[in-house]
Write a protein that binds this ligand. Structure first.
Ligand code: PLP
Length: 497
């Protein structure tokens, strides 16, 4: 059955194929693409348990990307999940203490976004060929630290593409910043902005939908797309690791086929956890998706009160990739909660835009039972890193620690004894200063590579090659701009006439 895509904000009269939706990124009306009908999967988990990551990914992707041929999908998967990952399992599942850790940081930028952004460029260039696109695709991305680098690692020197990344100047870790400003590739552009992630993301969304800019791009043989997690070419590849993790637990003899498990997900833009929601809809036996937040706990309040309110103080935390007040992908969940009603969805999203908040109806609230939400303070986050290290000699990064600590809250609050999988989104070497501080229990005055070396002396696990390479890397990008002038910056970069 063909899976077609529609907007969350418009009646389903306009549909697109998966490859067209990948190229477009965002729908013309500012909504997000969702499948017109959810694909039907009948996963045989005993069989999936015998499969490699790549094979499982194929079983998942073929449900969502139905206008790609099997050969095209296999080629995309093979190119994406190869030896750029430093673990042949791609997404290994490991037990440390009670929970299981689904390690999603073995790719080229040591954060989970590689799982999606290694494949997106291949899905996109294949889509460009399929749709006889002659213009060059310009990827416009706002990043809270990890997306930008992972997107550039995926798109660097990919023919017929350019990628422009905006990051909050003071909102990313030293290693994240170093990774971005040293990015190679003749088609990559990195710009710091004097503002936070939400400002960057809001502006990027606005520019992606600016008709004048579109016309100017078209006249210059360019077309915009997005590598943010709103793109279905990023969202749906993430479904694969939930399915894979479940199958691996069977393979390891930890569960029997059919047993329910929970996942705890460190959440920012709601892309990762939404992929888990799709995995559940496709029949993966998931009981709860635990939505774990840091002090920017807008989602905790949303799930616990039914009101989403972004009018609140914004905090910079040691888990910067979750420092977000407007979670883009939540719109897709809201769409499902309205019973797939585009008019109701558009109304709530326009309330959000004009007033900064919206409230679910009681009927909608009753449908959020698949989720449980909690948040941690900086101190609790540090304690979780320290505890896991001391008790199990396993080092987790500050994002994974948020999920770990909230998983503990969940267990204490509900007494649910089902196996818990912590979605582990970054390597501790990406945030060495915060991890060192947590483990040693005192302030650390070094950062960047010096902190990496100190952390290595302490925990002794190998430093990932991508971090080692930063020692020799030269700075290639030093541009800074204000959110208001991002449009002009883009025009200058693309030399638009
Ligand atoms: C992006 C990111 C997250 C949040 O993922 P979302 O899909 O935005 O919810 C969590 N942890 C790390 C390390 C990330 O890079």
């Amino acid at each position: 059955m063909e899976t077609l895509y529609r907007s969350t904000r418009e009646t389903a009269s306009h549909t697109m194929t998966s490859s067209q939706a990948v190229l477009q990124g965002l729908t013309p009306d500012g909504g997000l693409f969702v499948p017109v009908e959810l694909p039907r999967a009948d996963f045989d988990f005993d069989q999936l348990a015998t499969m490699s990551y790549q094979e499982v990914a194929y079983e998942v992707l073929k449900l969502f990307f139905t206008d790609y041929t099997p050969a095209e999908l296999h080629a995309c998967i093979d190119a994406a999940y190869g030896d750029q990952f430093d673990d042949p399992a791609i997404a290994p599942v490991k037990k440390h203490g009670e929970p299981y850790y689904l390690e999603l940081f073995h790719g080229p930028t040591i954060a989970f976004k590689d799982l999606a952004l290694q494949i997106l460029p291949h899905l996109m260039t294949t889509a460009a060929k399929k749709n006889q696109l002659t213009s060059e695709v310009v990827i416009l991305t706002a990043t809270s630290g990890d997306t930008g680098k992972a997107a550039m690692a995926g798109f660097a020197d990919v023919p017929q593409t350019k990628i422009i990344v905006f990051y909050p100047k003071d909102g990313v870790s030293a290693i994240q910043k170093q990774q971005m400003i040293t990015q190679a590739g003749a088609n990559t552009y990195v710009v710091a902005i004097n503002g936070n992630f939400d400002e960057a993301q809001t502006k990027v969304k606005e520019l992606l939908n600016d008709p004048d800019l579109h016309a100017q791009l078209a006249a210059n043989q360019f077309q915009f797309s997005s590598a943010n997690s709103i793109n279905i070419g990023r969202l749906f590849p993430q479904v694969a690791y939930y399915v894979y993790a479940y199958a691996q637990l069977i393979k390891q003899g930890q569960i029997h086929n059919g047993d329910e498990v929970n996942f705890s997900v460190p959440t920012g833009n709601f892309g990762d956890i939404l992929a888990g929601y799709y995995a559940k809809q496709l029949g993966t036996p998931i009981q709860k998706l635990v939505c774990a937040s840091n002090r920017n706990n807008v989602l905790t309040d949303f799930f616990n009160t039914g009101t989403y309110n972004k009018n609140r103080e914004f905090f910079l935390t040691s888990s910067p990739s979750m420092d977000i007040l407007v979670s883009s992908n939540l719109e897709r969940l809201v769409f499902y909660l309205t019973g797939s009603d585009p008019v109701a969805t558009a109304k709530l999203m326009s309330d959000l835009k004009s007033t900064g908040h919206y409230t679910l109806t009681p009927t909608m609230r009753a449908m959020v039972k698949d989720f449980w939400a909690g948040f941690v303070t900086e101190n609790q986050d540090q304690k979780a890193i320290q505890h896991v290290y001391k008790a199990h000699h396993y080092t987790i990064d500050p994002h994974t620690a948020v999920a770990t600590a909230v998983a503990t809250q969940y267990r204490e609050a509900t007494k649910d004894k089902r196996p818990m999988v912590i979605v582990s989104t970054a390597s501790p070497y990406k945030f060495p200063q915060a991890v060192l501080r947590a483990i040693t229990g005192h302030p650390v005055d070094v950062d960047g590579l010096a902190a990496v070396d100190q952390l290595h002396d302490l925990i002794q696990t190998p430093i990932p090659a991508t971090v080692e390479n930063l020692r020799q890397a030269t700075v290639k990008h030093d541009q800074v701009t204000d959110p208001a002038t991002m449009g002009t910056t883009i025009k200058t970069i693309l030399k638009l006439r």
